[in-house]
Design a protein around this ligand. Structure first.
Ligand code: ASP
Length: 580
């Protein structure tokens, strides 16, 4: 028998019992006559004791154990003298009678502790050792629990889990495809799915009615902390629904997850039209853990002779409560923050509402006391508040002020990782203008339906058409997104036309879908959640890397298995590929 118990379960309830444990040597302490060994497995740590009356060889063998050796021991559960009430097994120890080394270990390149001395690269190279650490394992346990609850909820709502293929043809989700050469069809390539979008729509045409899949998706994009080239979606689709049904069903899912996994009652999830999100927070994924909305000031601040304001398309600001006491140095630091190349603003104007009721701005030269009063009143400012104002072209200045808003809120401690503020952003525009290609792109994807009332605008003013599209945002992170789809062939082909596909191209790439729409396609819609991001939010992490067992680094490499890697000439020949 390899073990009678795990290393996390023995308590005083088993005193006097003979037990067998197996696990890894976590730590050993040699106190002359006595040797203590902590043995560890996934479930916990148990202390082993080899005392003075143990057999000489046994004591020597215990002393020789190195970190991370795999051992098996037989012994008796006894009460500990020095109890450790912080761990469940802390009141007992095992007086060992038999010790067997199942496998020795080299000294690990970093310590297997919650706070390790291993840097990122080293941890990734030896990820199998990193995964022995509690915080990393706990993230994966959390991921598992969330996945189980997702399945439990969706199964309860009659969703069917259906697998869709991984070797497919390009889907236009806006990123570059990963491609796989086909040996049997020389010169031809599969694409890995950016999402199962077209397949889940076809399943609706097939009458599956409610589909979901916890599925790997692949996008060849530049990587950031919250992006991986392969990532997991909770992908869902429903037939005979409108937007309201979808928001309701998936609000149910998110509420269920917070309740069962975190014990948190979320309450109703607020909704905000995209246009408001942009106007009030400068972002389509506003962080509403705190308020601090934008206030537009063109009417009040333009025309006073301050050229930066006068020439701007938008003059807009935020109110930082209680920050009037910011020092010159703190204000300069905020100005430097918005001037960083990543943000690119030319400067920042402030107005302090001093505690004594006086007003002082960085542009006093241009504004009289009355105007300063109006300025403060626009924000509903109180003594002690600091108003921060920026100016420029609308899109740019909104983005810049959004960054500043998040920075200031961070400084004020308003972005706690244990507060969760979900939000549905709805009524996204259908199309966005792409300067580079000089044409419209689908803001979500080409299968998204326009709002019926806006359809006439498709010809006259496509940029103004709103879509039946929605995103779920939690704490300023886009966690999910979806739409009601087009299910009529004519509208779909009009959409492809608007997006610059010739009828031939559209037929070649998406003929299968448009043909399917001619065989009785029901109205349908869906959503996909970024599962890795969802888990990282539940775990309170900024990066999705630590909720993925074997992630890739920023260069898209797996440094443990050393991938990507070159392949042999023979393989290349077989695939009919010549390298440049
Ligand atoms: N396929 C979409 C995405 O990956 C989600 C959806 O529209 O359901 O963003």
């Amino acid at each position: 028998m390899q073990r009678t118990h795990t290393c996390g379960e023995l308590t005083t309830a088993q005193l006097g019992q003979t037990v067998v444990l197996s696990g890894w040597v976590h730590k050993s302490r040699d106190l002359g006559g006595m040797t203590f060994i902590d043995v560890r497995d996934r479930y916990g740590i148990t202390q082993l004791v080899f005392d003075a009356d143990a057999d000489e060889t046994l004591r020597n063998n215990a002393r020789d154990l190195g970190r991370e050796y795999v051992i098996k021991v037989t012994g008796t559960v006894i009460e500990r003298e020095n109890k450790n009430l912080k761990i469940p097994t802390g009141e007992i120890e095992i007086k060992v009678s038999v010790l067997e080394v199942l496998n020795p270990s080299k000294l690990p390149p970093f310590t297997i502790e919650d706070d390790t001395d291993g840097g990122d690269d080293l941890r990734m190279k030896y990820r199998y050792l990193d995964l022995r650490r509690n915080p990393v394992r706990n993230n994966l346990i959390l991921r598992h629990r969330l996945a189980q609850e997702v399945r439990r909820y969706l199964d309860g709502e009659s969703f069917l889990e259906v697998e869709t293929p991984v070797l497919i043809k390009s889907t236009p989700e806006g990123a570059r495809d990963f491609v796989v050469p086909s040996r049997m069809n020389p010169g031809e390539f599969y694409a890995l799915p950016q999402s199962p979008q077209t397949f889940k729509q076809l399943l609706m045409v097939s009458g599956f009615d409610r589909y979901f899949q916890v599925v790997k998706c692949f996008r060849d994009e530049d990587l950031r902390a919250d992006r991986q080239p392969e990532f997991t979606q909770i992908d869902c689709e429903m037939a005979f629904v409108d937007q309201e049904d979808i928001l309701h069903t998936f609000e149910g899912l998110v509420t269920h997850l917070f309740k069962t996994v975190k014990g948190i009652d979320l309450g109703a999830i607020p909704r905000m039209p995209y246009a408001d999100a942009m106007r009030l927070y400068g972002s389509d994924k506003p962080d509403i853990r705190f308020d601090m909305p934008f206030v537009e000031l063109n009417r009040i601040l333009q025309g006073a002779g301050f050229p930066v304001f006068d020439q701007a398309e938008l003059v807009v600001g935020i109110r930082a409560s209680g920050c009037a006491s910011y020092t010159r140095k703190q204000l300069d630091a905020l100005t430097d923050f918005v001037r960083r190349p990543q943000i690119g603003a030319s400067g920042l104007v402030y107005l302090r509402y001093n505690a004594d009721g006086t007003l002082k701005s960085s542009v006093d030269k241009f504004f009289g006391p009355e105007q300063l009063q109006q300025w403060a009143a626009a924000f509903d400012a109180k003594p002690g508040d600091l108003l921060l104002v920026m100016a420029g072209t609308t899109d740019k200045v909104r983005k810049q002020l959004c960054e500043l808003r998040l920075e200031v809120a961070g400084q004020l401690g308003l972005r706690s990782k244990t507060t969760f503020a979900p939000l549905w952003v709805v009524d996204f525009p259908l199309l966005e203008w792409d300067e580079e290609s000089g044409r419209y792109h689908a803001m979500h994807h080409p299968f998204t339906s326009p709002k019926a009332v806006d359809i006439p605008l498709l010809e006259s003013d496509p940029g103004q058409v709103r879509a039946n599209a929605y995103d779920l945002v939690i704490n300023g992170v886009e966690v999910g997104g979806g739409s009601i789809r087009i299910h009529q062939r004519e509208l779909q082909s009009r959409m492809f036309d608007l997006l610059g596909f010739s009828p031939d191209e559209a037929q070649k790439q998406f003929g299968f879908l448009m043909d399917a729409f001619t065989y009785g396609a029901p109205p349908h819609g869906g959503i996909a959640f970024g599962f890795d991001r969802l888990v990282s939010i539940f775990a309170g992490l900024d990066s999705i890397r630590d909720v993925i067992a074997f992630p890739k680094n920023n260069a898209g490499r797996d440094v443990m298995i050393e991938s990507p890697a070159s392949i042999s000439q023979e393989q290349l020949n077989e695939l009919a590929i010549a390298l440049k």
